[in-house]
Design a protein around this ligand. Structure first.
Ligand SMILES: [Zn+2]
Length: 303
């Protein structure tokens, strides 16, 4: 497997007390380096305007790339732009594009993109929920539009619903979106009744749900839907904020639950997609839990 990151992703400052802080990525990188000194690290390139415009409109590109903030600029109550944010956002989105190119060219079977800002809340025209560009959506669009894939699945186990990803693809039958998330919780979307054009599968979990409910949702609802779709490429929005220690949500997952799902997803990719799987970091706000879960995730992906 390959691991994509870029120093620019550490330079995206969000201000004092903000949960989505550079220390998150530093914790992930340190833990991965310590656990696996032999990882195949790759420098994430910038996404191009053309690649971003497949998922976003000009208005969002202008807001992120041309604002030139001198200090902290609030794009919404949670989402901050600072002098190095545009560069971080370009490399975070570019990581997914490069990883898709690598797995489709057969240079590697699996990739993990250790990047920030996260992406799955960003819609076609708006940054929100700590997300500037929708990294996983840019990657999926690249796979469909540039590589001509007919079936790309995005699975999202972040504790929050990926409203942006769902909205970008709800009329796109070549992309399936499957998500488990705490509900109700920010951003409040993700009810089971939201099914897109038959390509969206939501499994909301009540606050306090633990590994048993999480695994049942994937085993009984979400994984069968993805399996039936027979994806040619599996993309993963890997958020670890469902961990019991996470300060932003109320699920009670353990790193073993994320490892279990990672194993299931790798097997699914092996069945349908020649093993091709690209995972991108989303949330996770307890540094210790985030580091432990990232290592558990990569432990499986590198096998
Ligand atoms: Zn989240």
């Amino acid at each position: 497997m390959q691991v994509y990151t870029h120093p620019a992703c550490l330079a995206h400052a969000t201000g004092p007390g903000h949960a989505e802080r550079p220390e998150r990525l530093r914790a992930v990188l340190n833990a991965l380096e310590a656990a696996h000194p032999d990882l195949d690290w790759q420098q994430a390139p910038r996404a191009s305007r053309g690649q971003l415009l497949r998922a976003h409109d000009e208005r969002l590109l202008a807001a992120v790339l041309e604002s030139d903030p001198q200090d902290l600029l609030q794009l919404d109550p949670d989402t901050v732009l600072s002098p190095h944010s545009a560069e971080a956002a370009l490399h975070a989105a570019g990581a997914g594009v490069a990883a898709v190119d690598a797995v489709l060219a057969g240079r590697t079977r699996r990739a993990f993109c250790a990047v920030r800002p996260p992406g799955h809340h960003a819609t076609a025209d708006a940054a929100m929920g700590f997300c500037l560009f929708n990294n996983i959506a840019v990657a999926a669009r690249h796979a469909v539009d540039r590589h001509g894939l007919e079936r790309v699945a995005i699975v999202d186990f972040d504790v929050h619903h990926g409203n942006g990803t769902q909205a970008i693809f709800e009329h796109e039958p070549r992309v399936l979106y499957a998500s488990s998330h705490q509900w109700p919780l920010y951003p409040e979307s993700g009810a089971r009744s939201e099914t897109g054009c038959g390509n969206v599968f939501n499994a909301p979990l009540p606050k306090g749900s633990g590994g048993e409910a999480f695994r049942a949702a994937w085993r009984e609802e979400l994984l069968p839907a993805v399996d039936a779709f027979k994806p040619q490429l599996l993309l993963v929005s890997a958020g670890f904020d469902g961990h019991r220690r996470d300060p932003l949500a109320g699920l009670l997952l353990e790193s073993a639950d994320f490892a279990w799902l990672t194993r299931e997803l790798a097997a699914l990719a092996d069945r349908h997609a020649d093993g091709r799987l690209v995972s991108m970091l989303e949330g996770g706000y307890d540094l210790e839990a985030l580091a432990e879960c990232s290592v558990a995730h990569v432990d499986i992906l590198r096998l």
